[in-house]
Design a protein around this ligand. Structure first.
Ligand code: KG4
Ligand code: ZN
Length: 348
């Protein structure tokens, strides 16, 4: 019988209701109910629809997680929940459920930062995190470069997007090209048939004068507009839009900037491990270019499998388990759902 603590993690910051169970450093189950199909016809996540879907999915997803892991709720030793950042109403559903479980079961509660959880999840697949680790988090809601000396206590933001998130840019460009939402996987697939050098799209915040002020920051809004103008010009000329070439050239611009800045951040801060997380980490070109550039720079690359990169409950449970193992103080019962929780704050 394994007597390591059993931690239940709850994630509801966006459109995935995630419930994960982790024992010690081992993943038992990762149950996810997504409302993404309900948002597809709006071309983006609708907060009210997401909150309602979380309410409906919460209890069934907790029950499914326990059933699949072969544990009872009474066996849970601690509860962790995303307390921010994210959609306020969506976060509230998870935080309320976690408080109820914590009180009902008489176990400690950890309200955790969603971004730190994206970093912590990799331990479930690749073992303890090297300290420090550099983390590049890229999803529909965030694009951040974080220096992580200790994921349970010390996470330092080096840079972030100053406008759109990387995944948001994928979704918007997909829409321009007539591809379904969420667009990232469709752009990825189209790009495999296209020429990444066909169109020279701009690399945001990469010119020398931008690098002075925004060394590790990203910007994808100008790129998105450049793609839109290019497509409009073709259409105005009555020419067909070469979807695969546009997808490949756009993707190349995003991947080039992300990997270039992440590798520079490692080198300039003396960090030899890079972790990539968030939904965009599933991108095949990002994974390939990151591997090439890390190999060339002597950096070890860690990327969790795609199911652990997108939002899920296991990542929250993983961080909860590490907080517990390091003896960090649990959160108070009045912990807030904080939609703009600062990234430096690992737990509420
Ligand atoms: O982490 P995630 O599931 O949720 C957020 O916190 O946003 O990330 C979803 C984002 C979407 O924007 C989606 O288009 C993008 O990740 N994505 C991808 C790929 N798979 C998902 N972007 C590029 N290439 C992919 N293969
Ligand atoms: Zn996320």
């Amino acid at each position: 019988m394994n007597d390591e603590p059993l931690v239940l993690g709850i994630e509801t910051s966006c459109d995935e209701t995630g419930v994960g169970l982790v024992r010690g450093g081992t993943l038992l189950v990762d149950a996810v109910a997504s409302s993404v199909d309900e948002h597809a016809r709006f071309g983006g996540v609708v907060p009210e629809v997401a909150s309602r879907a979380h309410l409906e999915a919460m209890v069934p997803t907790i029950e499914r997680a326990c059933r699949e892991a072969g544990v009872r709720l009474q066996d849970v030793d601690a509860v962790a929940v995303t307390s921010g950042p994210g959609l306020a109403g969506a976060l509230l559903v998870g935080v309320a459920a976690a408080k109820a479980l914590s009180v009902g079961l008489g176990v400690p509660l950890f309200g955790v930062n969603h971004l730190a959880a994206h970093v912590a999840v990799d331990t479930l697949e690749h073992g303890p995190l090297p300290e420090p680790t550099m983390a590049l988090l890229v999803s529909g809601g965030h694009s951040s470069l974080l220096l992580v000396p200790d994921v349970t206590a010390d996470v330092r933001p080096l840079g972030q997007t100053i406008d759109d998130a990387a995944g948001e840019a994928f979704d918007k460009v997909a829409r321009l090209l007539g591809l379904p939402f969420p667009g990232g996987p469709h752009v990825d697939r189209q790009a495999r048939e296209g020429d990444p050098g066909a169109i020279a799209f701009p690399r945001g915040l990469s010119a020398p004068h931008d690098l002075e002020r925004h060394r590790y920051d990203f910007s994808f809004s100008g790129l998105k507009t450049a793609v839109a103008r290019w497509v409009e010009r073709r259409q105005a000329d009555g020419e067909p839009v070469p979807v695969a070439d546009v997808a490949a050239s756009f993707q190349e611009a995003v991947v080039d900037v992300l990997t270039r800045k992440a590798v520079a951040a490692c080198r300039e801060n003396g960090v030899d491990h890079l972790l990539i997380g968030g939904g965009v980490a599933a991108n095949s070109r990002l994974r390939a270019v990151a591997q090439e550039r890390c190999d060339a720079a002597g950096i070890t690359l860690r990327v969790p499998r795609p199911g652990l990169c997108t939002d899920n409950g296991a990542m929250v449970a993983a961080l909860g388990a590490q907080l517990l193992a390091r003896g960090r103080t649990p959160s108070a019962l009045d912990l807030p759902a904080d939609s703009s929780m600062p990234v430096e704050l690992v737990r509420a």
